[in-house]
Design a protein around this ligand. Sequence first.
Ligand SMILES: Nc1ncnc2c1ncn2[C@@H]1O[C@H](COP(=O)(O)OP(=O)(O)OP(=O)(O)O)[C@@H](O)[C@H]1O
Ligand SMILES: [Mg+2]
Length: 261
Amino acid sequence: MPLLHVDDVVVQFGGVTAVNHANFEVEQGSITGLIGPNGAGKTTTFNVVTGLQTPTSGRVVFDDKDITRMPVHRRSRRGIGRTFQRLEAFGSLTVAENVRTAFDIHDGFAGLFRSVQNDVDDLLDLVGIANHADDRADSIPTGTARLLELARALACDPKLLLLDEPSSGLDESETEAFGELLQQLANEGRTILMVEHDMDLVMNVCDTIHVLDFGSVIADGTPAQVRANPVVQKAYLGYSDDGPAGDDTAVLPLVNEEVVL
Ligand SMILES: Nc1ncnc2c1ncn2[C@@H]1O[C@H](COP(=O)(O)OP(=O)(O)OP(=O)(O)O)[C@@H](O)[C@H]1O
Ligand SMILES: [Mg+2]
């Protein structure tokens, strides 16, 4: 039984079909990649899963329950957490206060009766930004802010964590550490669905990858299967039959773009 099933989802914005009968599953405990060119419908699909976008048609099934019409806060309570492609932290609060706020919102009334200070410290340690605890969130580098987003999402103890381009703004060694952190989270039982343009990260950490193009899933498989799939090479990696056969490094930079925040 998969933890998440995106079942024949369509999203139309006026004349634009952003998601076009998308179908894929996410297995419990896996790190799953959702990749595709700019405008392929990845963020819109995340919005459908988290409840920010009602699909034109289709269903979302999470943990054996149809959640298609469930409001965002109830999905969060059931165990769906996310980070945003555009950073959403409270700029005038410190890094620690941002994480504390996430705990407070998650805990609700019960939070009045416990101190979350240790939990905040643990989470900042876990994601590797404890040295920024007292910095204002609007003063930290983008890479640190992405890790803060992750800490805030983890404060809600999600079963399924959706990460929208989590490595943009991280340098090479930070990205490597981030990949190890994702594997640690998955080993602890979290399920991760990640939109990511850094193909090295995707290929290194994902168990399964789904490829979106023009809103439809054009391929699924292991990193090796997806990398070798000619449909993906043509539609996404910019590879053609005349291209440099077998030379991944020649084609991967085409999709390794920085996202403008
Ligand atoms: N609120 C909206 N209103 C109208 N069109 C939208 C809206 N949101 C997204 N779109 C369009 O839907 C399509 C899919 O957008 P989406 O942001 O889901 O793509 P993406 O795969 O996340 O792209 P990127 O890699 O650039 O983040 C695009 O053509 C986009 O312009
Ligand atoms: Mg996007």
